[in-house]
Design a protein around this ligand. Sequence first.
Ligand SMILES: [Fe+2]
Length: 463
Amino acid sequence: MSASARELPPQQGGDARSEGIAYQSLLDRDTREVPDVLREVHCPELGSEDIPAALFTSQAVHDREMDRMWSRVWQMACREEEIPEVGDHVVYEIGHLSFIVVRTDAGYRAFYNSCLHRGRQLRDEGGSVSEFRCPFHGFTWHLDGTLKEIPCRWDFPHLNADNSRLPEVRVDTWGGFVFINMDAEAPPLHEYLGILPRHFERWPLEQTWKAVHVQKIVRANWKVVMEAFIESWHSVETHPQILPYTADSNSQYDWWGENISRTITAMGSPSPHLRDVAEQEIMTALARTSGRMSGSEEDESLKVPEGRSAREHMADVNRAEFGRLFGIDLGTASDAEVLDAILYSVFPNFIPWAGYNPNIVYRFRPNGSDCHSSIMDVMILMRFAEGAEKPDPVPVHRLGADDPWQDAPELGALGYIFDQDMGNLPYVQKGLMTSRKGAISLANYQEARLRHLHRTLDRYLAD
Ligand SMILES: [Fe+2]
């Protein structure tokens, strides 16, 4: 379903006043057939209200988010390939809460990570076990949460199998991810995900494996951090090196229902902030600094042939290179699908990228009970051929608040880009704390995904 022309911002409607080429016009020039889901434009009115700064800086808001929001939403806890065998589990933490997500012989289950005896966390970290045995006194549960053993059984006549099952939360899967939800009344995951499963039909994330996972503490509220990754227009000031090949201020933004939004930023097309960028200049900058393309500047394949655009040529390079990397034929993949930054988000904090790229995934969470600190996860998912064996996932590489992303060489050029973002975020948090205005004023279109996030968050907090 498309929004009416009346609702479109000027550049999306192809208005002559707009800056740069509209994303949909760029798709008209694609060398392959473009999938319908990229042709959807959906940007219903979200208003232009200010957002109170306290939403990012107040402990009371954090507490209410824990109480009213995090307790009721579907949250991505891990990848399925992280827990391939019975007994494999991860510890997923959200705020002050901790859960064990485990594979059993009857599917996945998730339990509150707390011994029913004296409350000690049953597991400090993930791993593989045949039972959950508390390290304090040895109370033990089966993988399905039923009681297995109480040491000094004679002293606990008041405990039995019925009143000593591990309390559990709902678990479901989509796209090779395992999600949990604490709320028994919440809609099923598939319903919660809205248009997302349909949009990803062409790029099934089940057919990927986690090749990179870096997690970092950031000294800013989780929403401050997340909101720097769901709009592209800060590139002009924060990431100027990417402008020759990034269509930043003419990105397309969409949102559907309460939970899903999307940014599409074209690559291999220069920023409207620049004038007269030569095709070879686009290509060279792309290869040098994007972090999502292969090859080096000296590579013959990075010379744009006479009469072709950098975008067309880079798409050819990527179709060949990613096809080889994934072991699949990308001959019919559109230029858009092998080049562009196509980021969806699922409320509140899960950001899977689409297309036939090494797909980035972001996740943003509060760091314990500190409303001024958060945990940012970056995964890179690699596609593998149908029928091929799924490679083992990498362990999580953890970075502290003072460690730069560039300490994780597996991120390639992305590390430098993320460090540019980190150059802002702790100072956004500090600035919000001292803000005399007490509010932020957002762009109506380019920051609409932030409005969409806050609109849904407001609904949970008000309930
Ligand atoms: Fe950024």
